[in-house]
Design a protein around this ligand. Structure first.
Ligand code: FCA
Length: 323
């Protein structure tokens, strides 16, 4: 009897201690230096202040750092984390590490996949429909080609490609499909595979594509994010192809795009399909917080929307997106 009472008392104490544990949430991103991810962190900080949890922000540029970050969170007694992994194929390893450490996990931006490349449905995800957002890019370019009355036969399209990332491939596929649907010649679309998803690697990839295809009079460029398109725009500038002869539309709409769209003179970076860093940073963190505190289980998948932003409509788009 006495032993049972003691056991019950110990259990109550443990439960109380648990209930009183401060909530700590990790926010792990693959490219901490990219403005998009800085924005996600900034909005996650807003959620932390509002809900009263501690946010631990960690950059995870590779698999090793990812695993170390998860162990680190467990050691700090965190209860869960939001993640945009450096490689979506780490999905199963991330899921196992989370389980082992009793951490809840949700993914953001890049959906984690299993060994056969299938999305891991058990990890709640917030991202975008890459194909739809890509189509918005392509449609924006088509409208501008028409406004400039270019002959599509004389236009080259650079697809800065990062096909190993499913959302990357979906985005650029959506973009080129929209071009083709408007009669853009498929033969004028040139793939420029980038080794990493930053401006420098996009620049190098686009430079090769431009060198090999000097015959085109005008150019357009698409890629998985603003950095990819900025790389292509900079490479074109290096070859004397400026705003008059280049229409680049990126994806993101964070600081990289903002800086470019606010330059005194227009550049070949015509616009960006703005997506919601606010929802991706704030809402994923709140969803995870609610899950940890037993208030609600996050939706299995949420795909957020984007809006085409150009020099002309920046203020409206930012207002509509609440950013
Ligand atoms: C991917 C890209 C980022 C950003 C995000 C929403 O992770 O690499 O640049 O576009 O999706």
């Amino acid at each position: 009897m006495k032993r049972t009472l003691l056991a019950v008392a110990a259990l109550c104490a443990a439960t109380l201690a648990h209930a009183a544990d401060p909530i700590k949430i990790g926010f792990l991103v693959k490219q901490a230096e990219e403005p998009w991810f800085q924005d996600e962190w900034r909005y996650a900080d807003v959620a932390a202040r509002e809900k009263g949890f501690t946010l631990v922000k960690i950059g995870i540029p590779n698999g090793e750092k990812t695993m170390a970050a998860i162990d680190n969170l467990a050691a700090q007694k965190a209860q869960g984390f939001v993640i945009c992994a450096p490689d979506v194929k780490l999905g199963k390893a991330i899921e196992r590490a989370a389980k082992r450490n009793n951490l809840k996990v949700v993914s953001v931006d890049d959906r984690l996949v299993d060994g056969s490349g299938k999305p891991i449905e058990s990890i709640p995800h917030m991202g975008i429909s890459g194909y739809q957002i890509g189509k918005q890019v392509g449609e924006g370019i088509v409208a501008e080609i028409k406004a400039r009355k270019w002959n599509m036969a004389e236009v080259g399209a650079i697809r800065v490609a990062y096909d190993q990332l499913p959302t990357g491939k979906e985005r650029t596929t959506g973009a080129v499909d929209a071009l083709k649907a408007a009669g853009f010649p498929a033969a004028n679309i040139i793939d420029a595979p980038q080794a990493k998803t930053d401006t420098e690697n996009a620049f190098n990839a686009a430079n090769i594509a431009l060198t090999k295809n000097a015959k085109f009079k005008h150019w357009v460029a698409v890629g998985l994010n603003d950095e990819a398109v900025l790389g292509a725009v900079r490479a074109a500038e290096g070859r004397g192809i400026k705003a008059d002869n280049m229409i680049g539309i990126g994806i993101g709409g964070a600081k990289a795009a903002e800086n470019e769209l606010n330059k005194p003179q227009p550049t070949g970076f015509f616009g960006s399909v703005m997506i919601s860093a606010k929802e991706h940073g704030y809402q994923t963190s709140v969803n995870l917080f609610n899950w940890i505190t037993g208030k609600a289980t996050p939706p299995a998948e949420v795909l957020t929307k984007g809006m085409l932003m150009t020099r002309a409509n920046q203020a409206e788009v930012r207002k509509a997106m609440g950013q």
